[in-house]
Design a protein around this ligand. Sequence first.
Ligand SMILES: NC(=O)c1ccc[n+]([C@@H]2O[C@H](COP(=O)([O-])OP(=O)(O)OC[C@H]3O[C@@H](n4cnc5c(N)ncnc54)[C@H](OP(=O)(O)O)[C@@H]3O)[C@@H](O)[C@H]2O)c1
Length: 282
Amino acid sequence: MRHINSKTGLFCVIGDPIEHSLSPIMHNSVFEKLNLNYVYLAFKIKKEELEDAVKAFRILAHGFNVTIPHKVSIINYLDEISKEAELIGAVNTVKVYKNKLIGYNTDGIGAIKALEEKTSIEGKKIVIAGAGGASRAIVFQLALRDCEITLVNRTYKKAVYLAKEVDEKLNKKIKTEELSKLKEIIKNADIFINTTSVGMYPNTNETLLLAEDIPEKIVVMDIVYNPLKTRLLKEAEKAGAKTIDGLGMFVYQGAEALRIWLGIEPPVDVMRNAVLKALVGS
Ligand SMILES: NC(=O)c1ccc[n+]([C@@H]2O[C@H](COP(=O)([O-])OP(=O)(O)OC[C@H]3O[C@@H](n4cnc5c(N)ncnc54)[C@H](OP(=O)(O)O)[C@@H]3O)[C@@H](O)[C@H]2O)c1
């Protein structure tokens, strides 16, 4: 059992809403396991409070995570941002270093690590559904690799806009299609990644694809992690496809943040089990 004392260092996550966040459970499991004198808390920070909160954390914290709705606006209050965060245009991890605030984005790296546990990326045809914040991180990270990306989104113009941005920044062409074409284009894909919130609690019966639409040879990844086994993953299993749930991405984005903050090799199994226990218990 760790003891909080006058030397305990602070890490935290800021967002609104924040009550549902599993980051405190995950990061505190690491501090406990490695006997590190840090604590990780969650703070509900409204949009109009962000500037004041960041000023305080510059003095009080060693680092913090940033979630909805602050991932883009936080950039205004930072001293530097990493190449990835600049490409993606959003920050989910801030390191306080020598009185400087440095922003990073570990979401895309986390997703790719989870994906590469089950499949290779090079030369693959990858279909991605969604063009929101998480999609941006994954699309930019994948665009740096040798793979063919097709993007579909309910609001089609958002997919077109994201593809245009990737082309301008990385000189990489990404195809776009209407969401209604998903069933058709999936037939030729090697990997499908759902980055939309379809299937997330409480709408757990929703799915973009049914078993009959899913080819057996495809790898299906769903980044939604509440529930862990989404309807999409159940349908993919029924079709005989390989599946990857959203827990891996969540754990790996957190592990990457710990590497940035503390330079440690995080015990990912401990992190995974802590989150899993919380998800099962909720
Ligand atoms: N595993 C992880 O570590 C991790 C990390 C980040 C996020 N996530 C999860 O990823 C999901 C998306 O997060 P986000 O931050 O990217 O959210 P976001 O920026 O709000 O984007 C939501 C995306 O979902 C689409 N969408 C929402 N409802 C839909 C529906 N009924 N039919 C079709 N498309 C729909 C939106 O399409 P429009 O553009 O048409 O609105 C948009 O593309 C959430 O469930 C979140 O919990 C997981």
